[in-house]
Design a protein around this ligand. Structure first.
Ligand code: 13P
Ligand code: SF4
Length: 317
């Protein structure tokens, strides 16, 4: 069978979107071609906000399954599609509902804050959701003596403890991409590129966070490189974000950090990269795979996400 030209697939996706009143929401960790065809690109928080308010009949989520589930929870009347149903997340997988229920029972009397990088079942067990953009803000919105459980990312959790000084018990989960960045490689890049600033996602391990000039979610890192007066950045997060950084400020230099195990070369998220243009085309055409979330879970899981979205609207917290 003849291979479709890139230009053909772009125009076919555009036509399908128009005919079906569909939008494509894409995370910054998607490949450049997908980011370029998306109607909206963002980090986890911005994508949840967009899923909660848009006029489309169909949302195609170019990201991983927990993100598409969050969109379905916020917009249950819409058809939510994901081009590859196996696009999971090592962090979400590290927190199973059965184990988490036990953890909550063992640590009673605590407000349960969970990162959106969780399954719908875990969200349904939570009081408030958060993302890496607003985790500190969410914790600071609670009375100072309120005790907290934070799950599933131990690095983000420890970063939040460090920023807020609050009584927080942290679930021991990690993202296999962000925990693997090489401190040695960062120090070498710093040495080779005098004046370069190290910018780090809070899902990274403490030694990497300790050498950071700036720590923030993917959107925060992008904003930082846009506003900062430097001209070279060592970037410790998934390298998909470099596409928008280069688009916004092509005159600057962005150096991705390799993982500790140099045999695998680069720090791409294999789950995010399961989504391809061809799969997006097929998914829009067939309207499959579709995301389904149990109705009872939708009702329970929506409460913590909406509480997060309300808190995120409040300035100055
Ligand atoms: P943010 O989108 O909140 O920066 O999180 C990064 C991530 O790992 C998403 O999978
Ligand atoms: Fe999950 Fe990490 Fe991939 Fe994000 S980068 S989807 S947290 S495995």
């Amino acid at each position: 069978m003849a291979r479709r030209k890139d230009t053909d697939i772009v125009s076919e996706i555009k036509l399908l979107k128009k005919n079906k009143n569909a939008i494509i929401l894409a995370h910054y960790y998607q490949t450049n071609d997908i980011q370029d065809i998306a109607d909206f690109i963002g980090d986890s928080l911005a994508l949840s906000q967009k899923a909660a308010s848009n006029d489309a009949d169909i949302i195609l989520f170019a990201g991983v399954k927990f993100m598409a589930e969050t969109a379905k929870i916020l917009a249950p009347e819409k058809k939510v599609l994901i081009p590859d149903i196996n696009a999971g997340c090592s962090l979400a997988d590290s927190c199973k509902a059965k184990d988490f229920k036990k953890f909550i029972k063992e640590n009673p009397g605590r407000t349960i804050i969970t990162y959106v990088n969780t399954t719908a079942e875990i969200k349904a067990l939570s009081d408030i959701s958060c993302t890496s953009s607003n985790a500190v803000q969410i914790v600071n919105s609670l009375p100072p003596d309120e005790k907290i459980i934070f799950a599933p990312d131990r690095n983000l959790g420890n970063y939040v403890i460090n920023q807020t000084g609050r009584d927080i018990i942290v679930w021991n989960g990690t993202c296999h991409v962000h925990e693997e960045f090489s401190l040695e490689a960062i120090l070498k890049l710093k040495d080779e590129n005098k004046g370069a600033k190290v910018i780090v996602h809070p899902e990274c391990e403490l030694p990497v966070r300790m050498v950071a000039d700036f720590i923030g979610s993917t959107s925060a890192l992008l904003n930082f490189t846009g506003k900062d007066d430097g001209n070279c950045y060592i970037v410790a997060t998934e390298p998909g974000i470099l596409h928008q950084m280069k688009k916004e400020n092509p005159q600057k230099t962005y150096l991705p950090v390799p993982p500790r195990d140099s045999t695998c070369g680069c720090s791409e998220c294999n789950f995010m990269k399961m989504i391809t243009m061809e799969k997006i085309y097929r998914c829009l055409k067939t309207e499959k795979p579709e995301i389904y979330v149990n109705k009872k879970i939708i009702i329970e899981a929506r409460k913590p996400i909406q509480r997060m979205l309300e808190i995120s609207k409040k300035p100055g917290l």
